[in-house]
Design a protein around this ligand. Structure first.
Ligand code: GLA
Length: 747
């Protein structure tokens, strides 16, 4: 029997949902409706067992939505006319497309069976709905309790091979968020090779979107790019073993008219820190298929009989209020449902990091000098960066030798930490746990522990190799060394760095049929160690870092509430980096420091106040030799810290509205953070380049309560939210790189 096409007007009724509120299934028409706050996501199961996508957007009521499947337009409905099955497969919107049966668009799944065949044909078997959200074994993922989310699991199988795929969808009750992932199980009688398993696909009904991605390079991470979709495939990926400086695992499809405040935006973010694939494809019918998941490039996973594989999570956000609303939804989700640990809802200690102050040229006395001066100014934690271990005096040795370099730290680590603690400061330390220097004791003992292809030269990068984290013995050994260090002194913060990407990806401990699993097994190994670390040392604040911001991804946010944004600490460069980062990541997670001038990366000199005002939109800290900076800058630090303390609760927990756009206008940038109850706001304006000073700029604020009256901290003026947002305020600054912060308080 073919499809029963309903006249939905005649048959209209409110469908009795099988289970309450947010995930509904209308039994007789086999339609699912997933509701997340003001968003609906709709798909159906047709008689042949295909899951057909119907809708993703603003919330719908409980109509009969079978018409959205467009089945009445399909004269080629399967079974009734097998000759045209191919047309059906290639033009229908699918929830989870497979390779091999006539859908020539980007598939989510490709599996090779024992005969070398790669055709796969998943059909619906059953589903279940439950409250809450399951954890994903060994993987980071957003979390929610039974009052916060509901989950739908749909089980499908490919009869021919016995492959079972469980599609997971979770809707958040109070957020416009739907998450997706996929669990595979081989229920057949022969091993299978998974060639690709993406986590999500959304087939849009048209091509009327722009694609937004976050791209860059070292010291220029997450630069926002926007382009109109065109026929064919466009997207970004990583094949480097980490999420990368070059491309962030994020993409958004936004309506052509979308700006910060209006239009539709669909954001996709991958909760993963390795090779990823994100693509939008405009098809022959001017429809758009968006897919995201682990990169299938050089990927293979052997699924023995009974074996299971879980694909990481994709977060999908819908906004009917432009790009800004999409960003705020991501921020809320990540702050509440991804970031964990003691510092989740806390202000982070104001730190001073010695990297740009000393690079490798420090000893205990130098660090104590820095700490002494810093403590007088109100700085709360000293972070000892790279160079304290093995015999490391440059970046060419000792990674893997996680024991103290006595020549530099005379008296040992405990002595140093105690001295710093006596000054009233906390102490933090740098590790690069995934790496091994050829010049190290570890390498002499275990040359086979580096990732390598036996018999081939190994590519060096920053004079180091990458450890094979798929091997538990390697992880145990590194963790043992880290534990010795952490247990030897009062360490309250770790910067976990990762300074090179993977090459010659091979493992001396995996069998040949599992070598292509190393890309993913490596990431799982990193997660395992981060999990052990955060479980055993819950009081330690973990900050992730990768040559700056190459691992600013949601996977890492699950383990560390903050991530170093970029090695580029110049306040003006940071406008773009932090703007791009804020597209999906909250300010509470952005590692940002005030550094010395001329800036070490770009050679630019900016006012100390501007460096502070820009770093304040982050975790905040200093990265300079506080004993040697100009006296005037040193004198400015206590007031800067007082400002940070005052504004941080609003910036860390409030709503962010981007007002300026340095990507479009190189002359200025501005943003405002508004507390959730709209009682306070912090507005920051940065003038990139001065201009003939004949007139002030009029800047319209955002996010305030239009009916409330706010006091301007700079002028003392009282104005309504409506005046501030519609008529705006006047801002006038002299000179290049100048800035100001204005605090608005509801009266
Ligand atoms: C990376 C980090 C820097 C610093 C150095 C140390 O580049 O991003 O902040 O820690 O490593 O080698």
């Amino acid at each position: 029997m073919g499809i029963i096409v309903r006249d939905y007007h005649k048959d209209y009724k409110r469908w009795a949902w099988q289970i309450n509120d947010n995930i509904g299934f209308a039994e007789d028409i086999k339609m699912f409706q997933l509701d997340a706050k003001d968003t609906s996501y709709v798909f159906g199961v047709i008689d042949e067992g295909y899951l057909i996508h119907g809708y993703f957007g603003k919330k719908l009521s409980g109509d009969d939505l079978t018409y959205l499947l467009r089945l009445e337009e399909n004269p080629w409905v399967p079974k009734t006319n097998m000759r045209d099955m191919g047309t059906f497969m290639d033009q229908t919107a699918f929830e989870y497309p497979c390779h091999g049966t006539g859908d020539y668009r980007e598939p989510c799944l490709m599996v090779m069976d024992g005969e070398g065949m790669t055709t796969c044909d998943l059909r619906y078997v059953s589903h279940k709905v439950y409250k809450g959200k399951p954890a994903l074994e060994g993987l980071p993922a957003t979390f929610a309790n039974e009052d916060e989310a509901e989950t739908l699991e749909i089980t499908c199988t490919d009869k021919h091979t016995g492959l079972e795929a469980v599609l997971l969808y979770t809707v958040f009750n109070e957020l416009n968020v739907i998450t997706r992932s996929v669990r595979l199980k081989n229920t057949g009688k022969a091993p299978l090779n998974v060639k690709r398993v993406l986590s999500a696909c959304v087939d849009f009904d048209n091509d009327g979107y722009d694609l937004i991605t976050l791209n860059g390079s070292w010291a220029r991470e997450r630069v926002l790019e926007r382009s109109k979709l065109h026929h064919g495939k466009q997207g970004i990926d990583s094949v480097r073993g980490e999420s990368s400086h070059q491309n962030n695992p994020f993409m958004a499809l936004v309506s052509h008219n979308a700006d910060e405040d209006t239009g539709e935006a669909y954001g996709f973010n991958f909760v993963y820190s390795g090779n990823f694939f994100a693509q939008a494809e405009v098809t022959q019918n001017k429809c758009t298929r968006a897919v995201m998941g682990i990169n299938h490039f050089d990927f293979n996973w052997l699924l023995e009989e009974g074996g299971e594989f879980t694909a990481p999570e994709v977060v999908m956000v819908y906004s009917d209020g432009g790009i800004g609303k999409m960003s705020r939804t991501f921020h809320d989700l990540y702050r509440e449902h991804l970031i964990r640990g003691e510092y989740k809802d806390k202000r982070r200690p104001i730190l001073i990091n010695n990297w740009e102050a000393t690079y490798f040229g420090f000893d205990a006395d130098k660090l104590i000098d820095i700490a002494r001066e810093a403590s007088k100014l109100g700085i709360e934690m000293l972070v000892m960066d790279d160079g304290w271990f093995g015999h490391r005096d440059a970046d060419n040795s000792s990674l893997g030798d996680w024991f103290v370099y006595e020549k530099k730290l005379k008296g040992g680590l405990k002595h140093l930490v105690d001295e710093v603690n006596k000054l009233g400061m906390k102490f933090g330390i740098w590790f690069e746990p995934e790496m091994i220097s050829p010049d190290s004791e570890l390498y002499k003992k275990h040359p086979d522990w580096a990732i390598q292809v036996r018999g081939r030269d190994m590519t060096m990068s920053r004079e180091q190799y990458v450890l094979d984290y798929s091997n538990k013995e390697v992880r145990d050994c590194v963790y043992g060394m880290m534990k010795n260090v952490l247990d030897s002194a009062n360490i309250e913060y770790i910067k976990w760095d990762m300074n090179r990407q993977l090459t010659e990806v091979g493992s001396t401990s995996l069998p040949k049929e599992r070598q292509r699993e190393l890309w993913h097994r490596y990431v799982l190994g990193v997660y395992d160690l981060m999990n052990r670390l955060t479980t055993d040392y819950p009081h330690i604040l973990l900050e992730n870092c990768s040559g700056g911001g190459a691992r600013f991804d949601p996977g890492m946010l699950y383990y560390s509430p903050q991530i170093w944004c970029s090695d580029d600490t110049d306040a003006i460069e940071r406008l773009k980096i932090q703007h791009g980062t804020s597209i999906c990541y909250p300010a509470s997670a952005m590692g940002a420091h005030v550094s010395d001038c001329p800036n070490h990366t770009v050679g630019r000199t900016t006012p100390f106040s501007t460096r502070g005002n820009v770093a304040m939109v982050g975790t905040f800290g200093y990265e300079l030799d506080v004993t040697r900076i100009p006296q005037a800058d040193r004198d400015a630090i206590p007031a800067q810290i007082a400002e940070f303390n005052k504004y941080n609760p609003i910036i860390r927990t409030g709503d962010q509205y981007r007002i300026g756009n340095v990507f479009e206008d190189n002359m200025w940038d501005a943003w405002i953070f508004v507390s959730k109850d709209k009682s306070e706001a912090v507005f920051t304006f940065v003038q990139v380049l001065g201009r003939p000073n004949y007139r002030s700029r009029r800047i319209r604020l955002k996010g305030l309560d239009p009916d409330a009256c706010y006091k301007n901290s700079e002028t003392g003026e009282m104005l309504s939210g409506s005046a501030l947002m519609n008529a705006g305020i006047f801002v006038k600054l002299d000179g290049d790189f100048t800035s100001k912060v204005v605090h608005f308080v509801r009266q």
